[in-house]
Design a protein around this ligand. Structure first.
Ligand SMILES: [Zn+2]
Length: 363
């Protein structure tokens, strides 16, 4: 029995197991997939496996030796973790330079130096280019794992030098089993959280710890559904409330619950641009989920729905909107999700979407 923590993802996990067992990991790996799906968990499984000092490679990571415990406590000198910092929520060039310098050195304790670059989609092109030389001329004992939600923001020159692993959704029973095993939810609650987690074990763990986040998420979905029946002025008037809920949800899910209280409205001057963007991104993600649920309901489905309690209402609205309009809306939404990440003004994007959201015909 070894200590891999990854749930689901059998193909990706098999590749990581093989790299650990043979002691021949790729010099660089790019793990992509949605937020909370298990990318960092998989990267840490690889790091622990490579750094573990158990004499039997098949038992690594043992989670018991000194090296495994250091990985667990995030203080292993050969494990380097980079994540966005500062106001712009970016991984800065200076961080990459420091990493590159460390990776050029021999490992301190283990056989490898392992770098995990979290939110690698937050590396700007300069920072990615700074990494490139290390990727092009790999040093023998370094393994770099890039973890990204949005692979399209990784430069092709960088992506092409990394073994690519894509993580899809994890099944509901696997997520429910994880929640029960960790003792964070009983059987009944773990089933309902697993449904709300939409294939993302990390989100499931967060929701289990934060019942109030589920309440805000439900309110957001209901507001959006109600807007399908509302006229344009009501829709525009609702955007401020949506952003406030998005900001609260974002703060809770990022573990900054206390800061949520300070966010009154994202139209207010007190809210930093990065926070407004993240708040809008939460609203857009909820909108996409709801739009997809609406589409599923219109097609007669419903078993896969995020919120079965909404099912009846969804079916009612779905029967009164044009499917063609809904599909066009979802396409536009996907494009705008990328735009909000980059340059677009979040409130203007939400205003535009509020007006473009298909209108339910009167019953
Ligand atoms: Zn170990």
């Amino acid at each position: 029995m070894n200590g891999f923590r990854t749930r689901g993802h059998p193909i990706a996990l098999a590749a990581v197991r093989r790299a650990v067992r043979t002691g021949r990991p790729p010099h660089a790996m790019l793990i992509v997939g949605p937020d909370g799906v298990g990318k960092t968990t998989l990267a840490l499984d690889l790091a622990a496996g490579l750094l573990c000092v158990d004499p039997d490679p098949a038992s690594r990571p043992c989670r018991d030796c000194a090296a495994c415990r250091k990985v667990e406590h995030d203080n292993h000198p050969d494990l380097h973790r980079l994540m966005p910092e500062g106001a712009g929520d970016q991984i800065r060039l200076v961080q990459v330079h420091a990493l590159v310098a460390e990776l050029a050195l021999l490992p301190m304790e283990g056989r490898w130096r392992v770098a995990i670059i979290e939110a690698a989609h937050r590396l700007n092109p300069d920072a990615q280019n700074a990494l490139l030389k290390t990727l092009e001329e790999p040093v023998g004992a370094a393994c770099i794992v890039l973890v990204a939600d949005e692979p399209q923001s990784i430069l092709p020159t960088v992506a092409s030098r990394a073994a690519r692993v894509r993580l899809g959704p994890v099944s509901r029973p696997e997520i429910a089993a994880l929640l029960e095993d960790r003792g964070v939810a009983d059987a009944a609650r773990s089933t309902s959280i697993a449904r709300a987690a939409r294939g993302r074990p990390g989100l499931g763990m967060t929701l289990a710890a934060l019942p109030e986040a589920s309440i805000v998420a439900d309110r957001l979905a209901r507001t959006l559904l109600d807007l399908a029946r509302a006229d344009p002025s009501v829709r525009l008037g609702a955007v401020g409330g949506l952003v406030a809920d998005g900001a609260a949800l974002d703060a809770m899910l990022r573990g900054e619950g206390s800061r949520a209280a300070g966010v009154t409205s994202a139209r207010g001057a007190r809210v930093a641009p990065a926070e407004r963007r993240r708040a809008a991104a939460r609203v857009l993600a909820a909108w996409r989920d709801l739009g997809r649920d609406l589409f599923v309901a219109a097609s007669g489905g419903g078993h896969e729905l995020n919120d079965p309690q909404l099912l009846e209402e969804l079916r009612d609205v779905a029967s009164r909107v044009e499917m063609r309009d809904l599909l066009a809306f979802l396409e536009r939404l996907d494009a705008l999700i990328a735009a909000v990440e980059g340059y677009a003004n979040p409130e203007l994007v939400l205003d535009a979407l509020a007006l473009a959201w298909p209108r339910a015909r009167a019953a």
